[in-house]
Design a protein. Sequence first.
Length: 281
Amino acid sequence: MREAFVEHAAGLLERPMKVRFDVVGDIAIIGSSTREAETSVAESILRNSPRLKVVLAKSGPVQGTFRLRKFRLIAGENRTTTVHRENGCIFHVDLATTHFSPRLVHERRLVSESVASGESVLNMFGGAGTFSVEIAKKSPSSIVYNVDINPEAIRMALKNALINRFRGRVIAVLADAKIAAIEVFPKRSNRIILPLPEKSREYMHIAILTLKRQGIIQYYDFVDARKGESPVRRGLERIAPLIKCEGVSFCSGRIVKSVAPRRYLISLELQKRDQVWSNTD
């Protein structure tokens, strides 16, 4: 996980405390607080981590069609662009124009390692191409179609495909994923990734129609689970009505991360087969 901690004391009489922050390239991202506290934390980060050059504070939630978050410059160079490295790949990222989560580094590795050589993969909300490039690196001769409606995300995806030397294997497509899936990719994909939890259920039917038989859907969702309840099972129950008559079955699932008390981002791997839905433990 691309996050770090810094020992920080707000005053001489206060005990140092660990402050968590995310790291994207040479940019540190902290949570919103008072201006005085933000400045003090930012100075501690830059003092203790010489390779970091910018400290930004979150200035609102992820929102809008392009899933963007606003940031405020707290310290360092005045920019939101950086070069981020993970899992052996290089990514140009602009946090102001393209959604990017450094906390999915482990998930991107797991998904990329699960793709077989030669697969045709459709990434329906591909963003700057992080999932797509990492799949291309791990899966020789696979082709990944990175679809996104955000022009800046597609520009970044093209740049990232070229810098990682996957020209012709990561194809960046500027389009609405629903339209592209129906008109360009019908029955052509061995694997479909739905990495936008807010809309994955909405696009599930399209993904099923687009997928080849025996193909895989990598599905993401936010779920609330009570104490003792499995978030994976809860997520499976939420989509059961959508897939039980479509010959789609559950393969595996995992908790990707906790996003709030008893609220989780989960990942489900589903397979399209010539058989009816059956629930599973």
